[in-house]
Structures are given as structure tokens and as C-alpha cells.
Design a protein around this ligand. Structure first.
Ligand code: BG6
Length: 501
């Protein structure tokens, strides 16, 4: 732990390296933070909630992957079951966010609170009531809820019985869920997103990502070819479901702003060689088709050609294509954590299938204790690229540093490394808005309160301004406390981004 901590402190002290801007953000800019239901609510089986795919994932670590078990097995540690028990603490937690001056709070609606199994005709009233109360609590402080409909928490029943989004029926179930939420909260929520990080699935042979994103559990013996075929099918059905939801949402309330949510990471060639440059382009094409379809309502040529060339035959009807065109999104929400560097030494552009095989270490960047590269300028690049490609308002709905925190004897937490990380990223974001004219709706850093890591299931991989007393083993009092970054972020918001010191 000590060795990790030392390397990590050296890694983030970049305060003198980048120029601070001193710019302020446009009026109405949505400063706030982001979380997801399954990572903080807990109460996994209370008030009629059903089991989601997140409820069968055990705790892992920086080196040990989470296990996806066949149902809940007694004796295993499932960190999402209790998480930080936001379900019973939300009033105090929202109050703390209000104290920081939040203008917006991004969370998700746990699908299984509303439709416990996913295929019911009628929703669960107790689940709907919880979010009524939560959104009321936000509005009490002038905080705008920003809501993701599906954030890695597909009902487990839909996973087991239907094969997740490889099954067309899932479109109907998702749309039913979306319609119920839009109707119920039409006067409480204006900003929506359909599927969290839908493009993660471009890593089609990552079992964990496919389970969380699309509810697909791969069977033993499946080849990469089978897995990629399943991904194109599931991705297509999700995009159709999303487009239908956008159409329905706009009918229910024409003022709704409904966006997509992608995991965006600018891709760089390791060298200036043509092969590396082409590989970077190919890599992006294979990821960006999700957002291209969301925004343009049609498949890019490169992906149609790739599907054809590989003999995949996804079920895509003419009617689907019309729906995609009619249900394009209002804005592009995205997470930014790091850039990606690729090398054709590892794989040639025309052989690219498994995207992970192309990834190389960027020798110019530092890494977090979980190996995530730290690249603040990459955020400015991301904002410019997305603006140039999509001509839509952009919304940063995740960004942040997962780090170990140390609680001092007096209870204080000096998380200067987190402040430095955020300061450098916000500074680059401000340059993009001020100097590059990017139309940006807001900034919602990830895990504004400590929560369960999606990737590792850990509590000790912390992102928050608010510390929660709980560790990876699940021990702790759940007491909340303010880190140094809490007071720093409060100043940033108060000054509308001008005071980053
Ligand atoms: C994003 C997800 O991929 O990254 C979040 O939308 C997740 O759910 C976040 O928590 C950080 O990843 P991790 O693995 O550190 O929790």
C-alpha cells in the first residue's frame, strides 16, 4: 500500500506543469457530480427491488477481476448489496452535495426497483416512490437531476432467461421501463441518458463488460467471432431501444433533453507511421459507431463494411433503420478518464478485431494505482473532437481519479492528488470552452461521494469529495466526512470555475 501511495503522489503533482486558465464558465453551467444506482444505493432486495446483474458480482481488486456468480451464493462478498446505503442516507448525502453548491446530480434509476424482473406489465410503486422522493430532495436545493436509464444494472432475470440484449424482446422491456420513468418524472427530470457507456462493448471479448452493458453471459467455448457477432446484435437492439425511448420521451415532454452516454478516449498512434495512424482510425471507427448511430441515426460505412466482411448477420430491419433516424439524441454525454495509444507493432490495421490487442503504453503519461493513464490535455482534445464530429451540445458526465485515501488521526483527509487531477482537467475543459468555442452543458465528476467501483467492486478505489467509512471487506460505519477536495470543489463552483487554486 505504501509503495503504491508513493508512486501515486509523484504521479499527480502537476500543479506547476499546466497553465491555470482563470476562465469562468457560461451562465447556467451545470457543475455537480455523478453516481449510479447500483454503486451506491444498496438496499438491493428492499421494497420489492429485484436482482440485477450487478447483484451477482463479487468484490475484486486492482489485480483480481470480479466474479459473476450464477445467482447469489451465500458466503460471497457482493459489495453492491449494501454499497454505501444511499437508499437510507440520501437526504444527508444530497444535503452535503448542496453544501458544495451542486447545480446538478447525475444518478441512474435502478431498472429492478421499477420492474424487478424486467418483463412485468406493471411497475413497482415503491420503487417509483423512492425516486420521486430523491428528485424532490434534489429540487429542494435547486439541484437538477440528470438521469441515466440503464447504467450496468440490467435485471438478472432478463440476463438468464432472455440472453440479455441479444434478444429483440429486450427492446420492448427497456422501452416500457423508459416510458414509465418519463411519464412519472416528466415534471421532475429534464436531462436524461439512455445507456451508460454503450460503446464499452466494442471490447466484445471482455466478459465483464458484456455482462454489465448488455446482460450477455458468454458460454464456455464461444469463439471471438461468436462473441463479436453477439455484440453487434445486442448493440443494434440497444440503439433501437434508445432511439424509440428518445422518440417517446420527446412526445411525453418536448422539453426533455435526452442524450447518449459514451466512454470517450481520444486514440493516438504510438508513432507517426501510416500503419499506426490507420490503426488509430480503425480503432475509433469500431468504437464510435455507437455514438454515430445515436447522433446521425445511421450506421457508418466502415462498420457496415466490417460487419459484411466478417460474415456477421445482425438482425437489422428496414423499420429499425427508420426508428434510428427518428430517435436521434439531443446532446452527447460522455465520460473521460484517459486517452488510448495504439501500436501496429502489436496488430496490423486490417487484422484489428480485439481492440485490446492494439493498445500500447503511452511513454509520456503517468498512471493511477489501477494503471489508468492521466492525461488532462486529452480532455480538451476529446471536447474538440466530439464537437467537430457531432455539432451537438456536449456534457461531461464522468471524470475523476480513483485513489487510495488516508484518514488522519483527527479525521481529516488530505487528498491533494485528487484536487490536482481535477484542477488540471477542469483547466483543460475551460480552455476548450473559452478558446475552442465548445458548447458544453456541464461537468459532473464521477463518484462525488465514495462508492463501489464498477470495475473492481472495491470501496477503497475512491473518487469522492465525500468520504464514506467502509472498506473492501465491507467493514465500516458508513459515516460520511468531507475531504479537502470537498472544500476546494465548493470554491470552484462558487467562482463558476475561475478559482482553481
Ligand atoms: C465508468 C462507469 O466506466 O467508470 C462507472 O460509468 C465507473 O460506473 C467509472 O464506476 C469508474 O470506473 P471504476 O471501475 O473505477 O469504478
Amino acid at each position: 500500500f505504501l509503495i503504491c501511495r508513493m508512486s501515486f503522489e509523484n504521479a499527480y503533482f502537476r500543479k506547476d506543469v499546466l497553465n491555470m486558465t482563470g476562465y469562468t464558465m457560461p451562465k447556467g453551467f451545470l457543475w455537480g457530480g455523478a453516481v449510479a444506482a447500483h454503486q451506491l444505493e444498496g438496499a438491493w432486495d428492499e421494497d420489492g427491488k429485484g436482482m440485477s446483474v450487478a447483484d451477482v458480482m463479487t468484490v475484486g481488486s486492482a489485480t483480481k477481476p470480479r466474479e459473476i456468480t450464477d445467482g447469489v451464493i451465500p458466503g460471497k462478498n457482493y459489495p453492491n448489496h449494501e454499497a454505501i446505503d444511499f437508499y437510507h442516507h440520501y437526504k444527508g448525502d444530497i444535503k452535503l452535495m448542496a453544501e458544495m453548491g451542486f447545480k446538478a446530480f447525475r444518478t441512474s434509476i435502478a431498472w429492478t426497483r421499477i420492474f424487478p424482473k424486467g418483463d412485468e406489465e406493471e411497475p413497482n410503486e415503491a420503487g417509483l416512490k423512492f425516486y420521486d422522493d430523491l428528485f424532490d430532495e434534489c429540487h429542494k436545493y435547486g439541484i437538477e437531476p440528470v438521469i441515466t436509464l440503464s447504467h450496468f444494472e440490467i435485471p438478472y432475470h432478463l440476463v438468464k432467461e432472455y440472453g440479455g440484449f441479444t434478444n429483440r424482446k429486450l427492446i420492448d422491456y427497456f422501452v416500457r421501463f423508459a416510458r414509465v420513468c418519463f411519464k412519472r418524472y416528466k415534471n421532475k427530470v429534464k436531462y436524461w441518458m439512455t445507456f451508460n457507456e454503450i460503446d464499452n462493448q466494442s471490447a466484445f471479448n471482455n466478459d465483464f463488460l458484456m455482462a454489465t452493458n448488455s446482460g450477455i453471459l458468454f458460454k464456455d467455448g464461444m469463439t471471438d467471432h461468436d462473441k463479436e457477432a453477439a455484440m453487434y446484435q445486442a448493440g443494434h437492439y440497444e440503439l433501437v431501444a434508445s432511439a424509440l425511448a428518445v422518440k417517446i420521451g420527446h412526445k411525453i415532454n418536448p422539453n426533455f433533453q435526452i442524450g447518449c452516454m459514451i466512454n470517450y478516449s481520444p486514440v493516438r498512434p504510438l508513432t507517426p507511421s501510416s500503419d499506426d495512424v490507420l490503426l488509430a482510425d480503425k480503432w475509433e471507427q469500431r468504437r464510435d459507431w455507437f455514438s454515430d448511430v445515436h447522433v446521425f441515426g445511421e450506421y457508418p460505412n466502415a462498420v457496415e463494411a466490417y460487419i459484411e466482411r466478417n460474415g456477421y448477420r445482425p438482425d437489422i430491419t428496414d423499420e429499425d433503420r427508420i426508428v434510428l433516424k427518428e430517435g436521434t439524441v439531443d446532446y452527447v454525454g460522455f465520460s473521460y478518464y484517459q486517452t488510448t495509444t495504439v501500436s501496429s507493432e502489436k496488430i496490423k490495421p486490417d487484422d484489428l478485431t480485439d481492440l485490446a490487442k492494439a493498445v500500447a503504453k503511452n511513454p509520456t503519461l503517468m498512471r493511477s494505482d489501477w494503471g489508468w493513464e492521466i492525461d488532462p490535455e486529452g480532455l480538451r482534445i476529446a471536447l474538440n473532437q466530439l464537437q467537430d464530429r457531432y455539432h451537438k451540445p456536449l456534457f461531461i458526465v464522468e471524470n475523476g481519479l480513483g485513489a487510495y485515501d488516508k484518514v488522519e488521526a483527527d479525521g481529516s483527509i488530505h487528498d491533494d492528488y485528487r484536487i490536482d487531477y481535477l484542477r488540471n482537467h477542469i483547466s483543460e475543459m475551460e480552455k476548450a470552452v473559452e478558446l475552442d468555442g465548445v458548447n458544453l452543458m456541464g461537468y459532473l465528476p464521477w463518484g462525488c461521494i465514495d462508492l463501489v467501483s464498477a470495475g473492481t467492486g472495491q470501496m477503497d478505489k475512491r473518487y469522492g469529495f465525500i468520504y464514506v467509512d467502509k472498506n473492501d471487506a465491507g467493514e465500516g460505519t458508513l459515516t460520511r466526512s468531507r475531504k479537502d477536495s470537498f472544500f476546494w470543489y465548493k470554491k470552484v463552483i462558487e467562482s463558476n470555475g475561475q478559482d482553481l487554486d
